[in-house]
Design a protein. Structure first.
Length: 291
């Protein structure tokens, strides 16, 4: 009888253990379903956020007088394209120096907006670009920037990369190697001091350079020398190529200018650029994403 009692007790324990597993399993299944539902809700939330962002961009385009909403650039390429010097733009021993180029090799239907010098400091321009989420790259000359560093700090805080356009915007081939190095390295030091980051991109004033320019730029930490394939104004676009058109990966040049130099403002210039770019089916992408 004692043995029988022990067997019954053992069986009771086993059954009791099995009975407690059933609720645990059900609870786990319920939790898994809840987690799956939460994941779906999260995905939906991301889609809703993307939709809301696009709606905000559409509204911003209307607010800033754009007839069409700017196209959204594709995601940055996982592998950066190989950048080489454009044919005809080489100096002697070019392979030893940073590449000089006007177009980034890509099949993406994107162009890149770059803005030079720093003369005009229009707050409406900063607001417009931020609201429209149009990326651009700045090449600064300190003699024009130093009276208002906070303007460009605000630009940098919005995600714009600030690059080197020399201290005094002088014609580089007319200077000695040491003078060129002072112009380029001096601007490197200034940008690092004022904005906390040393540039890797350099654009020579007027697009003019010689071997000493590239040698000096390399010694100052410059990795690439983007020029341009088109130039934007408030009322027209000028093109380097014979077909007078945009091409995938083209770099567009414009300037920080206002009514004193143009028949319009920087927002006027952006409206004209974006009409041209969007009508041709291009999006403006971030240059640094491809370099």
């Amino acid at each position: 009888m004692a043995v029988a009692a022990l067997l019954v007790a053992a069986l009771g324990t086993a059954c009791g253990s099995g009975g407690s597993d059933a609720p645990d399993k059900a609870a786990k299944e319920k939790a898994a379903k809840a987690a799956g539902g939460a994941g779906a809700a999260g995905a939906l939330s991301a889609a809703e956020k993307a939709k809301a962002a696009q709606q905000a961009r559409v509204a911003a385009a209307k607010r800033w007088g754009l007839r069409k909403t700017p196209l959204t650039a594709p995601a940055a390429p996982k592998e950066k394209p190989a950048i080489t010097t454009r044919d005809g733009f080489e100096v002697e021993d070019q392979e030893e120096y940073p590449p000089v180029f006007t177009t980034v090799p890509t099949e993406d239907k994107v162009v890149f907006l770059t803005i030079d010098d720093g003369s005009e400091k229009d707050p409406e321009f900063l607001k417009m670009m931020k609201e429209l989420k149009i990326p651009y790259t700045a090449f600064l000359s300190d003699y024009l920037v130093r009276d208002n560093y906070p303007y460009f700090k605000e630009m940098q805080a919005a995600g714009v990369t600030l690059n080197n356009h020399t201290i005094n915007h002088r014609y580089m081939p007319g200077l000695s190697y040491e003078q060129q190095r002072e112009e380029i390295c001096g601007q490197q030091d200034t940008i690092q001091k004022q904005f906390g980051k040393r540039p890797t991109l350099f654009r020579p004033p007027y697009g003019n350079y010689n071997q000493d320019t590239l040698r000096a730029a390399k010694s100052c930490g410059i990795k690439a020398v983007p020029l341009w394939n088109a130039e934007a104004f408030t009322n027209r676009m000028d093109y380097r190529e014979w077909d007078r058109d945009l091409h995938p990966g083209d770099i567009i040049l414009t300037h920080f200018r206002g009514k004193e130099d143009w028949k319009g403002t920087m927002p006027d210039m952006i409206r004209h650029v974006m009409k041209t770019v969007t009508d041709k089916g291009y999006a403006v992408a971030r240059l640094e994403d491809y370099l």
